[in-house]
Design a protein around this ligand. Structure first.
Ligand code: NAP
Length: 297
């Protein structure tokens, strides 16, 4: 039986409704529909945001579909970020540097690929916490898609140096190439002297059981005066952030980056300023619902 929210949604979808979507595989756990539908609703926009399960190897076809169906915007998640980078007509400089696209928008009749993760990270610090990364010594733990995006963004934002600490040496070295002159492969010994420490691994993700209490680095390495950011957002306050606070560091959760990377996509698609408070509330509502329904993200 449709509930009142479904009735309300059906009532506003017309032949003129614009469609945006996320493509990925798996995609059903994406938070993007909750975030963007909350934003559209808050501004009273005649837009709807859906999730499409697109099998690996077919990301380029989704770009053709965007063109054919006139979709207003696409978010791109694993495993399509590199394939979509290759399939779009143009790339923003950051998407080209990372070789990965997480947001696709239209510029006239061209399809453009962007990557909003790094800008979302820098905005979360700047706009939510009043923290500038310029001049700071940064350690990014993790060299996957998120780690590379954050490392590149903090370097562009003027970080004094960016040490990348990763379990496997190959991805760390590749990330340093993306970061450029300010980047280097680091070790955990860089953590005590860093100004900004970022966890860009999935370690700490979980439901609060023993596995969810894991930290990506020894908490004893953290110190007062540092800023510690965990990109993991479920749970919102991870064991790493609890340890950082206990040692007098500023602890920043991954929810801010999630909101601000979506905010950049929203601007690209609609040309409007995103409603950050309803977007943040939608994330917290959805994370709470998941924590209570199935015990995991
Ligand atoms: P990814 O591309 O799969 O990269 C994962 C990275 O974590 C790799 O560097 C990997 O090291 C490392 N890693 C994985 N398991 C590890 C372990 N047990 N111990 C030490 N290192 C480990 O993933 P991603 O897309 O970068 O995402 C990383 C995390 O960031 C995820 O938790 C994701 O949910 C989160 N994230 C948050 C936001 C946000 O907006 N808050 C945005 C993007 C991602 P190896 O190279 O050795 O495999």
């Amino acid at each position: 039986m449709p509930d009142s929210a479904d009735d309300a949604r059906a009532a506003v979808i017309t032949g003129a409704t614009r469609v945006a979507a996320v493509i990925g595989s798996p995609v059903r756990h994406s938070l993007s529909p909750a975030i963007h539908n909350a934003a559209f609703a808050a501004l009273g926009l005649d837009w709807v945001y859906l999730a499409f399960e697109v099998p690996e190897g077919r990301g380029a076809e989704a770009i053709d579909a965007m063109r054919t169906l006139g979709l207003g915007g696409l978010s791109v998640t694993m495993p399509h970020k590199a394939a979509v980078h290759d399939a779009v007509d143009e790339r923003t400089p950051v998407a080209a540097a990372l070789g990965a696209v997480n947001c696709v928008f239209r510029r006239d009749d061209r399809i453009v690929g962007d990557n909003t993760d790094g800008a979302g990270f820098v905005d979360a610090l700047r706009l939510d916490e009043g923290i500038e990364v310029a001049g700071r010594r940064c350690v990014v733990v993790g060299a996957g898609g998120a780690g590379r995006a954050v490392a590149h963004a903090v370097a562009v934002a003027g970080a004094a140096e960016v040490a990348i600490v990763n379990r496997s040496p190959g991805p760390a070295a590749r990330a340093v190439q993306i970061v450029g002159d300010r980047g280097r492969v680091g070790t955990v010994d860089d953590i005590p002297t860093a100004d900004l420490v970022v966890n860009a691994t999935p370690v700490g993700m979980g439901d609060g059981t023993a596995a969810g209490g894991a930290t990506p680095v020894d908490p004893e390495l953290l110190r007062a005066g540092q800023v510690v950011v965990d990109l993991v957002y479920q749970p919102e306050t991870t064991a790493l952030l609890r340890a950082a606070r206990a040692r007098g560091a500023v602890a920043v959760t991954g929810v801010g980056m999630l909101v601000h990377q979506a905010a950049h996509a929203f601007r690209r698609w609609t040309g409007l300023e995103p409603p950050l408070a309803p977007m943040t509330a939608a994330i917290r509502r959805e994370l709470a619902r998941r924590a209570h329904s199935d015990g995991g993200p």
